[in-house]
Unconditional design. Structure first.
Length: 398
């Protein structure tokens, strides 16, 4: 028999007496077996203590005060005369309300469960005790989700994100690997509930892609994806090799946040080179017969951004400028963090160095070289199941 634990994975349990009417001495909460009434009481006490600690860490009192201030500002009609300011306040209100509301709901749930458990124990109501044991599992899952969000301390972590993929040297094999990564990261976005859009893709000469950019829209998209930046190494028996020999390929991934239009990033028009070209999709098919795609090159930094999402050249140019602003902002943030690396160097070093993850398909092994996390179900990972890798990276402070 298999039951779903709080970590959203399915775990086997050796509990021979488990059934719909199993006594409280063999109930489950948060992936653990509750042995008796004392265990339920202990679990509730532990969850209350962790929730109180989280309330302090997140400074919920200050957030509640700020939420009230923002709501008062939004009631002022003068604020709406400045659409940019109003939108900024609206986004801040949504973020504050989400965090404050989640803590309030968790505290209310714990309070209700604690009160009901005390009543059930006093009355000897085993059925209610069993129901509360199940409630504890749900409360633990909600708390762990909130605790996970503590790992997003960065100023830009809540932002939308762009993810660039660049194939390494190796021709068709490397370009096919880049397309596999494109599919993997699109699937990851779907699993996380992010809206995804392929902003730019350059088809490979025979198969696969040379490069691509994905845009993610959703709360904490950048926070979730930022640790994916680095070189990804593939080892497999190549389908493009008639001798079925083992090949090693590389592709780089670079993640950066979307920057709001109201953030002041000064760009000298004289530093830009803007080219237009005919948009095409993977495989070479044309999506437009006009030169609607836009490529912008920023001379001082060497940054190149491309967009071919829309049939309108004007819209593609606007989106490309937003991408350029985001890249320049991230470049400045890297300087402030004394990263000592130029932005383009972090994308161009595709080779045996700077690897973050190794995908050895013929041995059914994918290993993160920074955290040591290893997964045998390679197909699940390539289908977008990256949670174990990303969570471990965030917990380690990468």
């Amino acid at each position: 028999m298999r039951l779903s634990g709080a970590d959203n994975t399915t775990s086997p349990l050796s509990c021979p007496r488990f059934s719909a009417a199993v006594p409280v001495s063999c109930r489950i909460f948060g992936g653990a077996v509750v042995e008796d009434q004392g265990s339920i009481e202990q679990a509730l006490r532990e969850l209350r203590e962790r929730t109180a600690a989280l309330r302090g860490y997140l400074d919920i009192d200050a957030r509640e005060e700020r939420l009230a201030e923002v709501e008062r500002e939004l009631l002022d009609q003068q604020v709406w005369a400045d659409k940019v300011r109003a939108q900024e306040l609206g986004r801040e209100r949504a973020r504050l309300a989400e965090t404050v509301g989640a803590i309030r709901a968790l505290e209310a749930g714990l309070g209700e469960a604690t009160e009901l458990f005390a009543m059930a124990r006093a009355e000897g109501d085993r059925a209610t005790e069993e129901a509360i044991a199940g409630d504890v599992a749900g409360l633990r899952t909600r708390l762990e989700t909130l605790e996970f969000q503590r790992m997003f301390p960065g100023e830009m972590d809540p932002a939308n994100a762009f993810l660039d993929i660049q194939s390494g040297s190796g021709g068709t094999e490397a370009q096919d690997w880049a397309e596999m990564l494109l599919r993997m990261y699109l699937r990851y976005g779907e699993r996380r509930g992010f809206a995804t859009e392929i902003v730019e893709v350059s088809a490979g000469e025979v198969a696969g892609i040379k490069s691509a950019t994905i845009k993610y829209v959703g709360s904490y998209a950048f926070g979730h994806l930022r640790t994916e930046t680095g070189v990804h190494r593939l080892v497999r028996k190549s389908p493009f090799d008639s001798g079925n020999r083992r090949h090693t390929s590389f592709a780089s991934v670079f993640v950066y946040p979307e920057i709001d239009d109201n953030i002041d990033i000064e760009i000298n028009p004289a530093d830009l080179r803007i080219d237009t070209y005919r948009a095409s999709g993977a495989g070479g098919q044309h999506v437009n017969r006009t030169d609607s795609a836009v490529r912008i090159t920023h001379g001082p930094s060497g940054i190149v951004v491309q967009c071919q999402t829309d049939r309108s050249q004007h819209k593609n140019r606007s989106q490309a400028m937003k991408m350029l602003k985001a890249r320049l902002y991230e470049l400045e943030m890297q300087k402030k963090r004394e990263a000592q690396e130029r932005l383009e160097e972090s994308k161009s070093d595709i080779g045996w160095g700077s690897q973050i993850r190794s995908y050895v398909l013929d041995q059914s092994r994918i290993k993160d070289l920074r955290t040591g996390v290893e997964v045998a179900n390679t197909q699940a990972v390539l289908d977008g199941d990256l949670d174990r890798f990303i969570e471990a990276s965030l917990k380690s402070g990468l």
